[in-house]
Ligand binder design. Structure first.
Ligand code: ADP
Ligand code: MG
Length: 252
């Protein structure tokens, strides 16, 4: 079976001096929910940026390795083309247009679509079905939404783009524990019920391991541990080396 995303021995550097990733290999199988864990600065966002083609905007470059999306080498393909091909990246920080309403934000996301799946109508019922909370907020400017709702909208914008792979950077960052849990539960449902492959970068290890199916731990730009999430949850290695202690349990 062809993997949805297959990254092999990838090196990435920024500018002339910062080597952010060294020889990392990582896979998202078809229909998989893969989580990428690691401390601040480990290189998690860089993995997503490399996959979605936005490294050049940050003076970053791939110096070795391959990135395949459904078997095709996509290293160097511009981000807008990847988006049109269904590789959608929800960047860290909930990028929505604050002055535009929820519905206008969703509509704006459709402009990025090619003929592949351009929407004839502004029918976003599928997004509202995943995130019912957004529906009564349809005509509210996104800037007035709560942090959780903005994250839902950011994910909703990617869903409008008919994704075949969803990359989510720090889905829960800055959100209250219950809200973070909701977001992950919905990502899990989207994955199970629609079969959408998802790669999530997350610092809340407990939450990520609970909902993801396979996990990687990134340390200083290298993968140091990987496995099915169920086994990673049991690993003393994770709790002592990366999780710190059980005190990082942040979900009720
Ligand atoms: N645009 C950039 N220019 C230079 N260095 C960067 C840039 N983005 C990230 N880095 C560096 O690359 C390393 C990995 O960063 P990043 O991928 O953002 O880590 P994480 O998402 O795990 O916090 C860090 O040392 C960071 O300082
Ligand atoms: Mg990051």
């Amino acid at each position: 079976m062809t993997a949805t995303l297959d990254i092999s021995t990838l090196d990435v550097s920024y500018g002339d001096s910062v080597q952010a990733l060294s020889g990392i290999s990582l896979m998202v199988p078809e229909g998989g929910f893969t989580v990428l864990l690691g401390a601040n600065g480990a290189g998690k966002s860089t993995v997503l940026k490399a996959a979605s083609g936005i490294l050049p905007f940050e003076n970053g470059r791939i110096s070795r390795g391959t990135i395949r999306f459904f078997g095709e080498d996509i290293a160097g393909v511009p981000s807008h083309q990847l988006a049109q091909r269904g590789l959608l990246h929800v960047r860290e920080g909930r990028h929505v247009f604050p002055a535009m309403t929820v519905e206008e934000n969703l509509a704006a996301a459709t402009f990025a679509l090619s003929g592949r799946k351009r929407r004839a109508s502004r029918d976003f019922d599928d997004v509202y079905a995943w995130f019912p909370q957004l529906k009564p907020r349809r005509t509210t400017p996104a800037g007035f939404l709560s942090g959780g709702e903005q994250q839902m909208l950011a994910i909703g914008r990617a869903l409008v783009g008919a994704p075949r792979l969803l990359l989510v950077d720090e889905a829960s960052l800055g959100l209250a524990p219950l809200v973070a849990r909701d977001i992950f539960a919905i990502l899990g449902r989207i994955n199970r019920e629609s079969g959408l492959a998802i790669l999530v970068v997350e610092q809340n290890v407990t939450l990520a391991l609970r909902h993801g199916s396979y996990g990687y731990v990134l340390e200083n730009g290298a993968i140091t541990l990987e496995g099915p999430t169920a086994t990673l949850m049991d690993r003393e290695a994770i709790s002592s080396r990366y999780l710190g202690t059980a005190a990082t349990e942040r979900t009720p």
